[in-house]
Design a protein around this ligand. Sequence first.
Ligand code: MG
Length: 281
Amino acid sequence: MTRAAIHATIAAMQAPTQAGEPGAPDASAGGPAWTAQAAVFLDIDGTLVPHEERPDAVHIDAALRALLERVRVAAGGALALISGRSIADIDALFSPAVFAVAGQHGAERRGADGRLHFHSPRASRLRGQAERLRELVRAHPALLLEEKGASLALHYRGDPALGGLAEREARRAVVALGDDFELLAGKFVFEVKASGRDKGSAIEEFMAEEPFAGRRPVFVGDDLTDELGFERVNRLGGDSVKVGAGPTRARWRLADARAVRDWLSGLGATGGDGAAQGRKG
Ligand SMILES: [Mg+2]
């Protein structure tokens, strides 16, 4: 990927944090009203659970697992997790529950039928860059490198002042790897990931399959990388829900992971059309 293309990618992702679309109304407070025709897509970190300093410090409690299982039943099985984490990592987090899931920003996906789909260049191609970034982390222990198989994530949450360094080094890896990879900026993280796939493309792939097809997609996420999912869901005529503050393309907004759970509880409890908090503005 060229430097110019990287700049364009980051600029496109960051656009809503700068101004939003001129004249676009801000997201409405609350989540959309529940419909039994919903297809539910959920980000994990910052959406279902608060961000932790290290991704491996996140814990999924039994109550959340049970809630998601109820929502899945209420939505006719149409529930999928959409995350930057790897599927292996997500399965370990939610064990013993197993969900339809898109991992590594859509580079890997498991449908509701259990079939796996991979859309990534050979993971072995990342080896050289992973070694270089490991060295960087040895020199700056506040940085954290996640090696997810098809992607690398360089976290700087441990010392936000290292953000510039993290971006430069992740960018250098992308330039070295060429067109099959791109840089993705998230909250205190830069990711080196397969190009051409994102949370939006993952949602669209699910929507072409049972039991998602023909339903109304709703996607809930908190990060810059989720904006691509919001955009896709808006285009599909569904509901996009931003978690937390900040400009967004999403049409709805919930305050935090606790508010997401409360909203999901409404879905899981009614199992059909019912009132939800918030309203369309
Ligand atoms: Mg998130």
